[in-house]
Design a protein. Sequence first.
Length: 133
Amino acid sequence: MTKIQKSETEWRSMLSPEAYRVLREHGTERAGTSPLNHEKRQGKFACAGCGKHLFDSKTKYESGTGWPSFWSPVSPEAVGESQDNSWFMRRTEVHCADCGGHLGHVFPDGPAPTGQRYCMNGVALRFIPEGTG
C-alpha cells in the first residue's frame, strides 16, 4: 500500500501528460530524450510525483543506455520493486515507495560497489541542485 493516495484526476491535474504516462501508466520515455541523462551537478533526484528523495548525484553514472542511471537509491526504503513480465521478458520494476509511481527498472549489470543499474525515466524524476532544497 502506498503512503500517498490520489485519484487519477488529481494525478492528471498535477503531472504533464508524459509524466502521467510514465509514472501512473508504467510507460517509458524515449531513450536519450531526458535532460537529466546529462545532469552532472551535485544534488538529489526526487520523485516527480510526490517529491520523495530517491537518488543522490553521488550514485549517478553514465550507463550508455540513454536514461539516467544510478548504482543505488538513497536507501532501500526509498523505492519498491516488483516483477515486470511485459515485452516478453522478465524485469524488475522500480517504483516510488511513497506514491507508487513507476520510475524504471533495475538490472544486475551496474558498476561497483552494488553491481546494480537503476535505469530511470528522467520524466519520473526532478533534480534538486545541492544547496537549493
